[in-house]
Design a protein around this ligand. Structure first.
Ligand SMILES: NC(=O)c1ccc[n+]([C@@H]2O[C@H](COP(=O)([O-])OP(=O)(O)OC[C@H]3O[C@@H](n4cnc5c(N)ncnc54)[C@H](OP(=O)(O)O)[C@@H]3O)[C@@H](O)[C@H]2O)c1
Length: 238
């Protein structure tokens, strides 16, 4: 394996399986062969498989369950990501970290890369914890984004939450294009600002979807984490 190779953590997850189409030569690993909480396993893997970039998709992602399990959020999303940063430093590997629009408090929307972050739930704090570790390593790219399955998985969608979310097929192409540009720093990747309800309808206009409110949930969700993607659009010439 050579240095131009790109390795994807969380290789069996939603985003990584879609990134495969854009990186047919990529190395896709998951918890069995590249557990981000197991430093020795990662080190051994990278000693015998030389890669130039790691795209770090692995995470504990299911927000409602995550809120009840802060220990697992710390282990995987904070310590696990810090482990990935350290292994990249050791092996001289570029790191791409998939972060979230949920690092923002959602009070204003249309967030730029340099806007202040202030998460409103534990999942988002843990992703920001991961970002903090990545910020200590210059040879890195942080992508803040939001996506979901191409088929909306719920009966009802939020009418009072605004987002830049796109289906994973659309978003994985945008993310892949950015990774291939080989830039560093923080980039926001997303579509146009819309409610989650409008996002769900756009995925399949023929599907009947009920409306619901974020206030009906036990977990706190940010109201408007839409992203200003000017920096990305300028880079891509779009
Ligand atoms: N989906 C979204 O809306 C969204 C929005 C913004 C950002 N993100 C970020 O984008 C990335 C990808 O999200 P996704 O929706 O594709 O997530 P996903 O489908 O939940 O995939 C995450 C993968 O990571 C694996 N994993 C869990 N613990 C691990 C460990 N200790 N070592 C190695 N792998 C481990 C999971 O395995 P198991 O399934 O066996 O646990 C799963 O295959 C995540 O970092 C997420 O925070 C997602």
């Amino acid at each position: 394996m050579d240095r131009s190779k790109v390795l994807f953590t969380g290789g069996k997850g939603l985003l990584a399986t879609h990134l495969k189409k854009h990186f047919p030569e990529g190395v896709f690993v998951d918890i069995e062969d590249f557990d981000i909480t197991d430093n020795r396993q990662m080190d051994e893997f990278l000693s015998s498989n030389k890669v130039g970039t790691i795209v770090h998709c692995a995470a504990f992602t299911f927000v409602p369950k995550a809120e009840q399990n802060p220990g697992k959020l710390i282990d995987i999303n904070i310590v696990g990501t810090a482990n990935v940063v350290k292994i990249c430093i050791k092996h001289g590997i570029k790191l791409v970290y998939i972060s979230t629009d949920y690092v923002f408090d959602g009070k204003k929307g249309s967030y730029k890369e340099e806007d202040p972050v202030f998460p409103v739930n534990k999942y988002a704090w843990s992703k920001l914890g991961g970002e903090c570790a990545v910020r200590l390593y210059e040879n890195s790219l942080i992508i803040r984004t939001t996506f979901g399955p191409d088929v909306f998985p719920y009966e009802a969608a939020f009418i009072d939450q605004w987002t830049s979310r796109e289906g994973v097929t659309v978003m994985s192409k945008k993310i892949a294009d950015l990774i291939k540009k080989d830039v560093k720093g923080v980039f926001h990747v997303g579509g146009k600002r819309k409610t989650v309800f409008d996002y769900a309808k756009a995925l399949d206009p023929s599907k009947s979807i009920k409306t619901r409110s974020i206030n009906e949930l036990d977990v706190t969700l940010p109201k408007d984490t839409s992203l200003d993607t000017t920096k990305y659009d300028d880079l891509m010439g779009s």
